[in-house]
Design a protein around this ligand. Sequence first.
Ligand code: SF4
Ligand code: SF4
Length: 304
Amino acid sequence: MPPSSHTDSPAGMSRRDFLSLAGRVAVLWGLGSSAVTSLAASIQALSTGRAPVLWLEGSNCSGCSISLLNSYPVLPLSVLTRHLSLQFHQTLSTIQGAPAVDLVNHTIAQGGYLLVVEGAVPVTIPSACRFGGENFGDHLQRAAQGASHIVAVGSCAAFGGIPAAPNNPTGAVDAISFLQSRGISKPFVRVPGCPPHPDWMIGTLVHLIQYGMPPLDSQLRPLKFYSKTVHSMCPLREMEDASPSGPPGCMEEYGCKGPSTYADCVSRGWNGVATSCLHSHAPCIGCTSQNFAQSSFHHWPVAQ
Ligand code: SF4
Ligand code: SF4
C-alpha cells in the first residue's frame, strides 16, 4: 500500500468551486471564457493526484512556499493546503521523518510527476543540504529522472540567488544548471523571483498540466510573466528623480534595476491588490534577473 499523501481528498469542493477557480486562472493567463471548462479539469486533476506534484527544497529560505500561500484570490489558502494533491511539500506537508522519505521515494518510483524545485544546490559542500540522509544534489538528480517537467521556482533554484552570492562558501548553483551538469535533459522552466509572485507559480503549473510548456524566453522564463521590464510599468516613471529628502520619484540614479529587470509584478500587484516595490517607493533590486545577488551593485548604502 502506498504511503499516504498529506492532502485530504477534494471532498467539499463542488464542480462550481472548480469552475470558479478556473475562471480566476483564465484571467491570470488572459484567456477567454472558453478556456474555463478545461482549466477546471486541470485544477481538479491537481486536487485528486491525477497530476501529481513533488515539491523539493534545497538551499533556500522557504520564502517561495510562503509566497505560494498568498495566492489568493487565484487559489485560496484552503485550496492550496487542503485540496491540491502536492504529493510532498517540505514546508506544507505535515508528514515527517521516515514516512516522509518513504512517500517521496514512492512518488519517485511511480514517476510522471511535475517536479518543483525551490532552492539552490550546494556543490562544493554537498552535505550542506540533505534530505533523508542523502545529499540534496543526489536526491534532486534521482527525483528529476522520473519527472515529466521540472520547474525551478524562485531565484535560488532558477539562477543561484542568495545562496550563490559571493563568496558562495557552499558552491551553490541553480537547480537546472546542476541537473544539466549531471546529464539530465527534461522540459525545464524557470520561475524566478525573490520570492516569485504566486500567480507565476500557480499559472505555470496549471499551464503545464493543461497545455504543456508555455512560451518561454531564452532563459526559460514564461513570457507571459517575464516579457516586459519593471521600468515600463513603473508608477514613478514620469516623476522627477527622487532625492533623499524630497518627494517620491524615479530611483534610477540610486541604482534601481527596473530598466533591466523583466517581470510583471508592478502591473499584477502583490497580496491581491495593486502594490509593488515601486508603489512602496522602494527601488527594484532585480530579483527576477539572472545576476540577482551576484554583484555588490545590489548592496544598498546604509544610512549612517
Ligand atoms: S524607479 Fe526604477 S523602475 Fe521606476 S521609473 Fe525609475 S528606474 Fe524605472
Ligand atoms: S519590482 Fe523588482 S525587486 Fe520588486 S518584486 Fe518586481 S522584480 Fe522583484
